[in-house]
Ligand binder design. Structure first.
Ligand SMILES: [Zn+2]
Length: 165
């Protein structure tokens, strides 16, 4: 069982087969293609996918909007946010790179688990404290995300304080 997400010996063969299968994008037969690709990833790298979100929390609409812009440009539908245990490129990680590319060009966002975490209340995607601090250093982004990092969405935080959910 491959637990370090590095290329298996026959990685080239796997990529060639999958390229054929997923050469055109998913749009026409999205659900079955998506399930199949996720199953294939789970079979090859059983601990790679750690979470799947439908969207970012409203606090990070900035990221939802960016994602939408990219998808509009590529004329594809927005799909899901897939969280990988790790994302590496280059030597030993050709297959991992291929999975990232295939998902991305089909409307997914692929991020590391160190970057995106679930809101503890509603389970929408929020960004980790580390990534938050990085984005706060970017002048173009810093005013488009909440002032302070929280482990809840702002709306959930209000609910939490009012109703002690
Ligand atoms: Zn929430």
């Amino acid at each position: 069982m491959n637990l370090n997400n590095q290329d298996p010996e026959n990685y080239n063969e796997i990529i060639e087969n999958l390229k054929e299968k997923f050469s055109s994008n998913f749009n026409s037969n999205f659900n079955s293609n998506f399930d199949e690709l996720i199953n294939i990833i789970n079979q090859i790298f059983p601990n790679l996918i750690v979470n799947i979100f439908n969207e970012y929390s409203d606090d990070y609409n900035y990221l939802n909007n960016n994602w939408k812009l990219i998808c509009d440009k590529l004329k594809i539908n927005q799909q899901k946010i897939i969280i990988f245990e790790q994302i590496e490129y280059g030597e030993n990680y050709k297959l991992l790179e291929f999975f990232c590319e295939t998902l991305t060009k089909n409307g997914f966002v692929v991020r590391r688990k160190s970057e995106i975490i679930p809101c503890e209340h509603c389970n929408k995607a929020i960004i980790s404290k580390d990534l938050f601090n990085k984005l706060k250093q970017n002048n173009l982004i810093k005013n488009q995300i909440p002032e302070k990092w929280k482990k809840y969405c702002s709306n959930c935080y209000i609910d939490y304080k009012l109703y002690r959910l």
